[in-house]
Design a protein around this ligand. Sequence first.
Ligand SMILES: *[C@@H]1O[C@H](CO)[C@@H](O)[C@H](O)[C@H]1NC(C)=O
Ligand SMILES: *[C@@H]1O[C@H](CO)[C@@H](O)[C@H](O)[C@H]1NC(C)=O
Ligand SMILES: *[C@@H]1O[C@H](CO)[C@@H](O)[C@H](O)[C@H]1NC(C)=O
Ligand SMILES: *[C@@H]1O[C@H](CO)[C@@H](O)[C@H](O)[C@H]1NC(C)=O
Ligand SMILES: *[C@@H]1O[C@H](CO)[C@@H](O)[C@H](O)[C@H]1NC(C)=O
Ligand SMILES: *[C@@H]1O[C@H](CO)[C@@H](O)[C@H](O)[C@H]1NC(C)=O
Length: 305
Amino acid sequence: MKTIVRLLIFFLSVSGICVFLGEVSRYVPPQEQRSCACDRCLFENDTLAIEGLRKFPQPLLSRNYSLPEEDYNWWKRLQPEGRNISDYRKNMERVFQLIPDNPPLEASSPGRCRTCAVVGNSRNLLKSHYGLFIDFQDYVIRINRGHSKGFESDVGNRTTHHVMYLESASQIDNTTHPVLFTFKIRDLEWITRVLSTQPSGKKSLFNKDLAMVVNPAFMRNIHQVWLQKKGAYPSTGFMALVLALHICDEVHVFGFGADSDGNWSHYWEKVPNKKIKTGGHPGNVEYEMIEELARHQVLKFYTGW
Ligand SMILES: *[C@@H]1O[C@H](CO)[C@@H](O)[C@H](O)[C@H]1NC(C)=O
Ligand SMILES: *[C@@H]1O[C@H](CO)[C@@H](O)[C@H](O)[C@H]1NC(C)=O
Ligand SMILES: *[C@@H]1O[C@H](CO)[C@@H](O)[C@H](O)[C@H]1NC(C)=O
Ligand SMILES: *[C@@H]1O[C@H](CO)[C@@H](O)[C@H](O)[C@H]1NC(C)=O
Ligand SMILES: *[C@@H]1O[C@H](CO)[C@@H](O)[C@H](O)[C@H]1NC(C)=O
Ligand SMILES: *[C@@H]1O[C@H](CO)[C@@H](O)[C@H](O)[C@H]1NC(C)=O
């Protein structure tokens, strides 16, 4: 179905170009080139529909990037360990000897509508039957311990990107991009260790050729600008959602917030776990922000069952 739609769009564009070539002498360039082929494009004119939210220039790290000291100083306080910025730089250099120099990303283009499904882990996904619609999106982003097996009809079965950090890491498929969040230098050492001691023959934790690392300066930007410094720092899920807004043109959000009983719990838990809270993360602030982004049609928010 999707292929047919794409072919149709392609055919229409081609005929458009032919008509356009016929009138080339009278052509006046448009005021603004659209950045994507969706109904709406995110960050048009570099701004979201919400005041003050601008596109962050480099959400993912590349080898050459030099983290500003003030961003490092914010990052080092998240999980203090008494290290310094030269330790950080040395360890990040080691990481980039093992993973691609530049994050493997598809650039935006006027002929393309990149769609993302961000799948949180809330129990409100159960009985939602979102699975097919989630799998239909170009990119399916799962978070931490989120997984499909046994829940395909509600959460889908594709995963193109899996967002994780040290303590949440589990083995992922080798066709899935690992998107790594770091909170301390020990996390960088962990990445290096995992990748340089991959057991030969055995299945590795993740495919290093597809790996990307989130920029600590981007995490700080999310905390300070998107969440106005509420809470200690943002949850991985919320940061994954903002990342999706940067790598896609259209974003669909599932599995965030409490279930219909008001319990914050994961969809794979047999019994709702009353003890789960949102930790140091500003859960309600994040939830309200997602609702506000949805009201401004920045993203589409599916609240489940
Ligand atoms: C972008 O700028 C153009 C020209 O200034 C304006 O017509 C258009 O509405 C703007 N788009 C958004 C989404 O603000
Ligand atoms: C990194 O910087 C070096 C030297 O400034 C440059 O030659 C190289 O092309 C850069 N690499 C990337 C991926 O930007
Ligand atoms: C950073 O810490 C290392 C030890 O981990 C030390 O050798 C180095 O001198 C320190 N550098 C700075 C600039 O403080
Ligand atoms: C995912 O689900 C689709 C449709 O239900 C099915 O055709 C496909 O084989 C499944 N893929 C995997 C990897 O399980
Ligand atoms: C991915 O896994 C499949 C089988 O599980 C294997 O044949 C293939 O070589 C792996 N690819 C990479 C890049 O590790
Ligand atoms: C949450 O889950 C518990 C345990 O199953 C259940 O007893 C309770 O009714 C649920 N709702 C609330 C608001 O706690």
